[in-house]
Write a protein that binds this ligand. Structure first.
Ligand SMILES: NC(=O)c1ccc[n+]([C@@H]2O[C@H](COP(=O)([O-])OP(=O)(O)OC[C@H]3O[C@@H](n4cnc5c(N)ncnc54)[C@H](OP(=O)(O)O)[C@@H]3O)[C@@H](O)[C@H]2O)c1
Length: 276
């Protein structure tokens, strides 16, 4: 989702990007980030100034059973990319996640808050962050949450699909987060890249909601008449344990860039308009 939107943004002259960067795409079939020699050779050949790593093993439940594969993509891949970035003097932008936190806080998570992932996905992503911090000189780690976009599996798309085949759904009310639209995140990344930001920074669309409220908003906006039963996350059995409070404090992003991410509701409306 994010990689496609970022490439589309960077290649689009309509967005009056200044400067227009030369973009080298590295889809999975062109580069497997778990193969160290391939990563080293690819980066040495292209000698980029900036590398954005959007690749990840993002199926949170599958990470619980396919632990080695998840570790290879989410932790080792970033290590190989970081070492190659250091070698050619590139700045590395790594995308990370709200799932590095345990979700017990009663306020949105700030960048420096204690990490304590509950799942294999969160643990491997956190290991990826540490590998980047330890293996390259110039990096930015962007933590984001609850991504949805037009080029991949996500909660919003799943809700629309489920609504086609069901008269009622049960959705959890006690999992809270900030839905984030990948085209909006791509713009934010470009701003951060231009400003040469470094370190760790949170970026999500503004505001927060429960999974239940997100689904309800989607159905209301689309005029879909479907019954939603509120349930607790403890009633929804799944392999991975996920944080209950997934919201990120994005004040640092606003201060550094002078930019406000738009509210998640507006982003959802844009998504739905384009999906129609
Ligand atoms: N989705 C979310 O809700 C969410 C929330 C917070 C943070 N994030 C983070 O945001 C970033 C972008 O997420 P997304 O949702 O846009 O991901 P996505 O749609 O699942 O895309 C992940 C991409 O990584 C590729 N990939 C997997 N294994 C690879 C490998 N070994 N080598 C190279 N590429 C590989 C996948 O290719 P295949 O399809 O061929 O496997 C896919 O193109 C990730 O770092 C993710 O951890 C996501």
């Amino acid at each position: 989702m994010l990689g496609t939107d970022l490439v589309n943004l960077l290649k689009s002259r309509k967005d009056s990007l200044d400067p227009n960067p030369e973009v080298i795409e590295a889809p999975h079939e062109a580069l497997d980030v778990t193969l160290e020699d391939n990563v080293t050779a690819f980066i040495a050949t292209h000698t980029p100034n900036i590398i954005v790593n959007c690749a990840a093993f993002t199926n949170v439940d599958k990470c619980e059973t396919e632990r080695e594969a998840a570790f290879n993509v989410n932790a080792l891949g970033p290590k190989y990319i970081a070492a190659a970035a250091k070698e050619c003097g590139a700045r590395l932008i790594q995308i990370s996640t709200d799932f590095v936190f345990n979700g017990n806080s009663d306020r949105p998570y700030a960048e420096e808050d204690q990490t304590n992932p509950l799942s294999e996905y969160g643990r491997t992503k956190l290991e990826g962050e540490r590998n980047i911090q330890n293996h390259c000189n110039s990096y930015l780690i962007v933590r984001t949450s609850w991504l949805f976009g037009h080029n991949g599996i996500n909660f919003a798309a799943k809700m629309l699909e489920l609504a086609e085949h069901n008269k009622e759904l049960s959705i959890v009310t006690d999992e809270i987060g900030s839905p984030t639209y990948t085209p909006d995140l791509a713009r934010a990344l470009w701003t951060l890249i231009k400003q040469e930001c470094e370190g760790v920074i949170n970026v999500s669309n503004n505001g927060s909601c429960s999974r239940y409220e997100w689904a309800e908003y989607i159905f209301k906006t689309m005029g879909i008449n479907i019954k939603i039963n509120p349930i607790k996350s403890s009633e929804y059995k799944r392999p991975a344990k996920v944080p209950l409070n997934s919201t990120l404090n994005c004040q640092k992003f606003a201060t550094i860039t002078g930019m406000q991410m738009r509210p998640w509701e507006e982003a959802v409306e844009s998504y739905l308009k384009k999906q129609k």
